[in-house]
Design a binder for this molecule. Structure first.
Ligand code: ADP
Ligand code: MG
Length: 288
């Protein structure tokens, strides 16, 4: 038996309605992330990445479909359940460092605060603060205020805060988006290390191609749906194998580059072979 996935999205839909416009930010998105996996979610601006993370973090609710994170069905959450979910099941790192850390608390106090809220006090709390700051490599900076540290170290502190209560899942929305290359690499390396050594499941949204290349599984989102995946067995060395994602209704998206290379559009010809499906241009002659 395989363990139950840590993240499951089934046909997720999120429609934003304002007075005269309707935006379908997610249009039937399907995604499964297993325990201990680290997945990069990439896609153009406006493709629905932040909308998805908003739902997975329990801050927003889908218009339709199902989202389950760490065995919590986010469509059926009570207020109490939501609070519990935020304290114990998931940790977040956002792009804006100001959203991750309380500015008038030191780094150690920021970590201690989330432990206090979860009911951890006294020596256990002090020990966990030291442990988690050491884990992300900022043990020497615990008594500094966030603003006294460069952006990269602030994001490492944000990871420490996110991990303090040992969540099963770490969600990060463009955590390196505001950083220079060197700092971005350090933040990513830390996320990989906590994924590997602590076993935390990590979903990281990024439009940084170098980030995506450092992660074994990359899922591409296009028009509010997962379209293709790349799995790398040998990180950094090979370009990786590309997969298309097929949802429960049997829909799949061809990579744009494939469509362009062969001029595949409107209608394609499909035929079932022994062990594969053949997709050909369908415009020369239409089979009825
Ligand atoms: P990404 O993070 O991939 O850039 P978003 O999830 O932020 O994409 O946005 C997806 C789409 O939903 C975009 O067209 C965006 O303009 C729209 N959108 C996002 N948030 C809102 C909102 N609160 N109200 C209306 N439209 C929104
Ligand atoms: Mg975004």
């Amino acid at each position: 038996m395989t363990a139950t996935p840590d993240i499951v999205c089934r046909d997720l839909v999120r429609i934003y309605r304002s007075r005269d416009v309707e935006v379908q930010a997610l249009q039937g998105l399907t995604l499964t992330v297993r325990p201990g996996e680290m997945v990069a979610l990439v896609g153009a601006s406006g493709s629905g990445k932040s909308t998805l993370l908003g739902i997975l973090s329990g801050l927003d609710t889908p218009s339709a479909g199902q989202a389950v994170v760490a065995d919590v069905d986010l469509g059926a959450l009570t207020r109490r359940g939501r609070t519990d979910f935020h304290r114990h099941a998931v940790g977040f790192v956002w792009q804006q460092t100001s959203r991750n850390l309380v500015p008038y608390l030191t780094i150690a106090e920021n970590v201690a605060a989330v432990l206090t809220i979860a009911g951890v006090r006294g020596r256990r709390r002090a020990a966990r603060v030291r442990e988690v700051l050491a884990l992300v490599g900022i043990g020497d900076h615990g008594d500094r205020l966030p603003a006294a540290l460069p952006g990269g170290l602030q994001q490492l502190a944000a990871i420490a805060v996110a991990l303090a209560n040992r969540p099963r899942v770490l969600l990060a929305d463009e955590p390196t988006g505001a950083l220079d290359r060197v700092a971005a690499r350090a933040v990513l390396a830390t996320m990989r290390a906590v994924n590997e050594h602590e076993g935390v499941t990590v979903l990281i949204v990024t439009h940084d191609q170098t980030v995506a290349e450092q992660v074994r599984r990359t899922v591409r989102i296009r028009d509010g749906r997962t379209s293709t995946e790349t799995i790398r067995d040998d990180l950094g060395a090979s370009p990786g194998e590309e997969f298309a994602v097929i949802d429960e209704a049997g829909r799949l998206q061809l990579p744009e580059s494939f469509q362009q290379a062969l001029g595949l559009r409107d209608r394609v010809r499909l035929s079932l072979q022994d062990d594969h499906v053949l997709v050909r241009r369908g415009d020369d002659e239409v089979v009825r």
